[in-house]
Design a protein around this ligand. Structure first.
Ligand SMILES: Cc1ncc(COP(=O)(O)O)c(C=O)c1O
Length: 399
């Protein structure tokens, strides 16, 4: 069979693959500890679910405008006004099927063959894949465990060439939990302004930051690069709404109109019912967000302690999101495997623990463990991981 040549340049989602394989084993009755999932284990808050029910009961089940209902576009503006003090108008917002579609629409609308688009690694796999699907070339700037994978401006600035079209940033970052500072973003924004570059900022985990830290990135871009920046967010992680599929992009109205052209020919509007639920999420009480964050913080601290009890697993304490990104190179030889991808396979097959290998994030030698699961399951998962390495070390097992 022949497919478009672009398909030869992209790979399927590593994170979705782990979920699918874990599901398959679970259906066989196997007790899987799932640390692969990139989604909250909490239910969607009650008032949000109720808004979805009401939408169905009131027959709000037809097409909506492709860019979203005005009420929801306004709700995003209100949220950003309350959280970041920035003023945006509904025509500067498009509602998308998750943060993923916001980023995808932006990639298709902005990038093309011949363009270079800079992003930082380790990174969420869809960022470079979307750049590639748009025909452009991702340029990777590495961040380093030694300083917590902090996203610095200098190496990104050094990677700019006369082919650079844009910089895509993700803060808090999946998989590292690192943040970009306001100062670093300001430096990038100023250069982007003078060189005519776009900045696309993925804020999918914006509500999941553990310390009190200045992270008003929307304000920085609004002040310095308003007409060439796109902010992408979602209800998915903050409000435990991954399955509802709701996100948004905020940017200059001409750009948002272009993103809407892409969306109008791809999927049209986000599910009408979801849109009503998202209005409730964004405008209703925010206490569920705070209590989930507090629970994630407890889990982060516990699972970090447990995992690093074995010195062959080293790990930066993440500042945001809900993943441990553990360096496991020292555990590979004892476990009788050659790569973190093989270790992840062995863990799923033999210890029934689902984790995601660093290879998917442009970071071989690492495993990503999601702590969006209960403390008991986290303890069980880490116990199984350590036990597999120790048992193989004892028996000299080979995978
Ligand atoms: C960094 C990052 N950006 C965007 C997304 C997209 O999220 P969604 O489309 O589910 O809102 C994810 C999901 O895992 C992510 O990790």
């Amino acid at each position: 069979m022949t497919f478009a040549t672009r398909m030869g340049r992209v790979a399927s989602s590593a994170t979705l693959k782990v979920t699918a394989e874990a599901d398959r084993l679970r259906r066989q009755g196997i007790d899987i500890v799932d640390l692969g999932a990139g989604e909250p284990d909490f239910p969607t808050p009650e008032h949000v679910k109720a808004a979805g029910h009401t939408a169905i009961d009131e027959n709000f089940t037809k097409y909506t405008p492709s860019a979203g209902i005005p009420e929801l576009r306004e709700a995003v503006c209100q949220r950003y006004r309350a959280d970041y003090g920035i003023d945006t108008r509904p025509d500067e917002v498009i509602i998308t099927a998750g943060g993923k579609q916001a980023l995808f629409n932006a990639a298709i609308a902005l990038f093309e063959q011949g363009d270079e688009v800079i992003t930082h690694t380790p990174c969420w796999p869809s960022i470079p894949q979307q750049i590639t699907l748009a025909g452009a070339e991702p340029v990777f700037v590495q961040t380093h465990a030694e300083d917590g994978f902090a996203i610095h401006a200098e190496p990104i600035l050094a990677a700019i060439t006369n082919r650079t079209k844009a910089i895509v940033l993700n803060s808090p970052c999946n998989p590292t939990g690192a943040l970009i500072s306001e100062e670093a973003l300001a430096a990038l924004a100023d250069t982007a302004a003078s060189r005519g570059l776009w900045i696309v900022l993925d804020l999918t985990y914006e509500k999941l930051i553990y310390e009190r830290v200045a992270h008003n990135l929307p304000r920085v871009l609004h002040d310095r690069l308003r007409d060439r920046s796109i902010l992408c967010g979602a209800t998915s992680k903050a409000y435990a709404m991954t399955g509802w599929r709701c996100g948004w992009a905020v940017g200059p109205k001409e750009a948002i109109a272009q993103l809407n052209v892409v969306q109008g020919h791809a999927t049209s509007n986000v599910t009408s019912i979801t849109q009503k639920a998202a209005v409730a999420a964004l405008t209703g009480p925010q206490d569920a967000v705070a209590s989930m964050l507090s629970e994630y913080r407890t889990r982060r601290d516990r699972v970090w302690e447990w995992l690093t009890e074995d010195p062959r697993f080293t790990c930066v304490k993440p500042r945001g999101a809900f993943y441990l990104f553990a360096y496991v190179a020292e555990a590979l030889a004892p476990a009788g495997v050659r790569s973190s991808a093989e270790l992840a396979e062995a863990l799923l097959r033999d210890a029934h623990v689902a984790v995601t290998a660093g290879e998917g994030f442009e970071a071989p030698g690492y495993l990503r463990l999601s702590y969006a699961t209960s403390i008991d399951r986290l303890k069980e998962g880490v116990t199984r991981i350590h036990a597999l390495v120790r048992a193989r070390e004892r028996t000299g097992a080979r995978s």
